[in-house]
Design a protein around this ligand. Structure first.
Ligand code: KG4
Ligand code: ZN
Length: 339
């Protein structure tokens, strides 16, 4: 009981895109992680509609927060702090979470912690026991980076995409093949049925001596392939195209991650972000770890996609560092990981 009283308990809120989520963490251990997804609504429009996202967050947030507290067995009064994603993301969506968290903090007199969404994604690995330093492949719908996790709250970006993020590329290619938004996961399923070496697609920047990526040319290569087939009146084997595209993207991601781990002399690797749900990426990361004798961290799918549990994981370490915000906390749409 004494331990319960003195433990660090944080309520975290995430609303940066199309998931309204709240979680409670106690001394680094996740007690609840409630996620209300809006995907079905946005799928009707072929992508996230920012105004609809904001309104849906507003509708869901209070019951999501209540459920997270209920499931944890604690009340708001028991919390040591309130954490919230402050960016990057859709500004209107972020503002719902930030405003709600500020209201809770003001009403309860608890400190508030503003968390970077990308630091949150990386922190999903702390929930599995990953200890810095390690190299993390960050692959989401908006970001693709190779990050050196120097400490629990300090990061060095070794490289990132120069145009589209990996998730964005998966979604765009899926869309031109007629798959519903967000198509990444559907493309992954279809790819399982195809021959991944049947169509020759470029592997952009694979051999360049850096940790940067470029996916927009690969997306155009798929479009060109589809257009050419249409002009010739040929039928496209979608499974083969999905499989070939997935193979090219995964080869690039894994090659650059391996290179970074070797150059940095680190033998712990991790992955995070929605694209980390990709089945081939997960398989190839395991093969990479086995080949080199690396320790590998891959969060469960629910901790890879947007969720407040990962925000809580980062907030726990920020709390220990005394890294608090004040009630002037604002949403920042284009927040960088390292400022
Ligand atoms: O991290 P996340 O949930 O949201 C952002 O912060 O962006 O990532 C969502 C992205 C979407 O682009 C989605 O299509 C992609 O992750 N994704 C996948 C898979 N599952 C989700 N991409 C490829 N294969 C998957 N299995
Ligand atoms: Zn995300």
């Amino acid at each position: 009981m004494v331990n319960k009283m003195s433990s660090i308990k944080i309520l975290a809120i995430e609303s940066s895109c199309d998931e309204t989520s709240a979680a409670v963490i106690e001394d680094g251990k996740l007690l609840s992680n409630i996620i209300a997804t809006q995907i079905d609504i946005h799928a009707l429009y072929g992508g996230v509609v920012p105004e609809i996202a904001s309104r849906s967050h507003l509708e869901a947030i209070s019951s999501v927060v209540d459920s997270a507290l209920n499931e944890s067995g604690y009340t708001l009064e028991d919390m040591s702090a309130i954490a919230v994603t402050k960016g990057p993301g859709l500004v209107g969506a972020l503002l719902i979470g930030v405003s709600y968290a500020k209201a809770l903090a003001m009403a309860s007199g608890k400190p508030i912690i503003g968390v970077n969404h990308m630091a949150g994604h990386i922190s999903a690995n702390f929930l599995l026991g990953a200890k810095p330093p390690f190299i993390c492949l960050v692959v989401s719908g908006g970001h693709t980076m190779i990050v050196r996790v120097d400490d629990y709250t300090s990061f060095t970006v070794l490289g990132s995409t120069r145009d589209d993020a990996a998730g964005e590329a998966f979604d765009k290619v899926a869309r031109v093949m007629g798959l519903a938004y967000p198509g990444g996961a559907k493309l992954d399923k279809l790819a399982d049925l195809g021959d991944e070496y049947s169509i020759d697609l470029p592997k952009a920047m694979l051999k360049e001596d850096n940790y940067d990526f470029s996916f927009s040319g690969m997306k155009s290569a798929v479009l060109n392939y589809l257009n050419k087939a249409k002009m010739k009146g040929e039928e496209v084997n979608k499974e083969n195209l999905c499989a070939s595209f997935r193979r090219s993207v995964v080869d690039i991601l894994v090659t650059k991650l391996e290179k970074a781990a070797k150059a940095e002399g680190l033998n712990t690797i991790a992955v995070c972000g929605g694209v980390a749900c990709n089945s081939l990426l997960r398989k190839e990361l395991k093969a990479l770890a086995d080949r080199n004798g690396y320790e590998l961290f891959i969060p469960d799918n629910v901790l890879c996609s947007d969720n407040a549990g990962m925000i809580a994981a980062q907030a726990y370490h920020m709390y220990k560092n005394g890294d608090f915000s004040d009630l002037k906390l604002n949403a920042v749409a284009s927040l960088e990981l390292c400022q």
